[in-house]
Design a protein around this ligand. Sequence first.
Ligand SMILES: Cc1cc2nc3c(=O)[nH]c(=O)nc-3n(C[C@H](O)[C@H](O)[C@H](O)COP(=O)(O)OP(=O)(O)OC[C@H]3O[C@@H](n4cnc5c(N)ncnc54)[C@H](O)[C@@H]3O)c2cc1C
Length: 399
Amino acid sequence: MAAAMSVLQAGHQPTVFERYPATEPRGNILNLWPPPIEALELLGVDVEDIGAPCQTIFRNNKGRTRATIHISDELQQKYGGDFIGLLRPDLYKRMYDSVPEGIIEPNLAVQSFTQNDDGVQVVLSDGTTRDFDVLVGADGIHSVVRKTLWGDQPIREHNLHIFGGYTMKPFPDVQRGQVVISWSKDKQGSYTSIRSHGDSGFEWWTIEAHPKNTEFTGDFHATATRIASEFPSPLPELVAATDPKDMHRWVLRDRKALEKWSSGRAVIIGDAAHATSPYAGYGAGMAIEDGYFFGRALAGVDLSNLAEVRSALEGFEGPRITHTASLAQRAYMLSQVMHHAPKPLRPLRDLVMDHTGLLQKVAADGTPGEIMAQVDIIRDTEKRFQARMSSASNDEKVA
Ligand SMILES: Cc1cc2nc3c(=O)[nH]c(=O)nc-3n(C[C@H](O)[C@H](O)[C@H](O)COP(=O)(O)OP(=O)(O)OC[C@H]3O[C@@H](n4cnc5c(N)ncnc54)[C@H](O)[C@@H]3O)c2cc1C
């Protein structure tokens, strides 16, 4: 949806195929950093009170603070925090409402495609074919477009599972405006303030090791309760207050970074290009940013001209690959250190986390720099985009 909105603003006509019959906003927990919110705003999405602005704090399971994130004063003032806590369906609904009617065509899966110098032909699940100038695979971790372009590289299993949920019940004694990320010896138990439809609540998640390809047969709520019992209040109370219908389980996985996302007239973005573990808390954020930058790269491009399309796609993917690859890899490494470190090394790891500035340096100080850099890149890109669009519209008036 972000790519479609950005492409439309750049003066081209997008079509979005969605394989599911109904485009309903679904899902559970989500946090967004300021850059995707900045991008959404520029794409025309209503971001007013979209979530609860929070400050991110890393703690051990005794409540001792290990590190905190501090973004710039300017971003703090604009967004009120660094990591905004919300519910995924709220985001999808706001994005969906901003896409003009008729652009999203539900109940149509892209099954395959072919391309030549002049265009791309997609084969759809209803047996029809459609011709386009450019194909964007924003089709998630099992992307058909990625597989066609780059083959079937393996998914990297993290041997972890996550239970997450939310409650809108009032917890008057729990401090709002915080994302608290805590680890015990081999588990993570975290929670954050959220806002949804003008109400305040909390979402939480718990992570522990779970061997890949092993079926999970336990009870979600009981398992989350067991993991949360290793952490201080309010996590156990938040889990206890959560209606089982408002919680979910996922396995953690990603894919190793690619050196290229585009070939000819086709390109991949979002999880299709850089499936990222929830450990980063940035997969959806990066997908939104990809969509924003992709559309901006097509401004003023003659889509019938392969050389112009190639140059735009290469200009788009270069910086995005560098940015997303580093975030995805850092999330993978952190999850392995926190959940799969050999037992004898764990006390040493926790001593370092508790008594040195390593976590502050690696996870907490690196993040604001990247966030501020992304916001700056978005703002520079937008200035160039607006200048280009207004000079194109003046040319049209003259013509
Ligand atoms: C537990 C959990 C917590 C997370 N928390 C966060 C967080 O806090 N912050 C954050 O930024 N990210 C988070 N993420 C990551 C985030 O959810 C993903 O990175 C994001 O959803 C990727 O978006 P996408 O649009 O690229 O892919 P998807 O969300 O997978 O969407 C792909 C879409 O393409 C459709 N599709 C697939 N194949 C086809 C086809 N052949 N034809 C037509 N349609 C097709 C699918 O139906 C789907 O609608 C989390 C993930 C998990 C699992």
